[in-house]
Design a binder for this molecule. Structure first.
Ligand code: SAM
Length: 239
């Protein structure tokens, strides 16, 4: 998968793309991320990328020309237009279903805003969709783009060490994940649930399912709304 990111702060992505799961995706050639800086397209002697909003008011806006040129440069280098997304608090809220939808794309082009945002004519002429990572306002789209890239790259086949590991993650089957334990078996009087030490795989699977259902019911009942529980799930919740 190829992801192009238009950003005034390309260095922001360097460590993030060198480490951990995203780093492994890049090293394995499964994830290709390129950054494009609107400042490289500034035409005045101050290399300005922002300007005051028409109509007055506080703050500055990212200018149309430098953004449009950076987007064009990314598309030319990629050889495709890419599903073009502006990270914005006003966009579609990112969730695991959205992540799966984006992970099915070959090419994403992410546009990161700064200041008070971007000239609306970029949205009208270049952007396919706006996506938000939550109902709060960040200082820039870079963190939001990083969140999106991380979540999407986890779903790329071959990026995770163990392909099965994301299948049991929260939201993958509409439930929260169950609790997990590792060694030692007991510490400060806190013990690992005996069933996990039993070696009985069917009993362990049943316990995990019950815990996932119970947690979801307690913490995120909204996820169960509209879900038709099968008879085994109903039994597990009743126990
Ligand atoms: N004035 C804008 C508004 O209220 O909609 C907010 C501008 S914000 C200070 C600067 C940039 O951060 C935005 O252009 C956007 O790219 C990014 N941003 C802020 N909050 C975000 C969020 N929740 N999700 C995605 N991007 C966000």
């Amino acid at each position: 998968m190829r992801i192009d990111v238009v950003t005034l702060f390309p260095a922001f992505f360097e460590a993030f793309l060198a480490e951990g799961v995203t780093g492994r995706g890049v090293q394995r050639g499964l994830l290709e991320v390129h950054t494009w800086n609107p400042r490289d397209h500034a035409r005045d002697r101050h290399a300005s990328v922002d300007d005051r909003p028409y109509g007055g008011g506080p703050g500055m806006l990212m200018k149309l020309q430098t953004l449009r040129d950076a987007i064009g440069q990314a598309r030319t280098a990629a050889g495709s237009r890419g599903r073009t997304i502006y990270l914005s608090p006003q966009g579609r809220r990112l969730d695991q279903a959205g992540v799966a939808e984006l992970a099915s794309e070959q090419h994403l082009l992410l546009v990161c805003g700064r200041y008070e945002g971007i000239d609306e004519r970029i949205v009208l002429s270049e952007i396919d969709e706006e996506w938000s990572i939550g109902d709060y306002v960040l200082s820039g789209g870079e963190l939001a783009a990083a969140v999106m890239i991380d979540a999407v790259s986890r779903l790329e086949p071959g990026v995770l060490g163990n392909e099965a590991s994301h299948q049991q993650d929260s939201f993958m089957d509409g439930l929260l994940d169950c609790p997990h334990y590792t060694r030692p078996e007991e510490i400060d009087g806190l013990r690992v649930p005996p069933v996990l030490l039993s070696g009985d795989h069917a009993a362990i699977a049943r316990w995990r399912r019950q815990q996932a259902l119970g947690r979801t019911w307690l913490r995120r009942p909204d996820l169960l709304a509209g879900r038709v529980l099968d008879s085994q799930e109903r039994t597990l919740l009743d126990e």
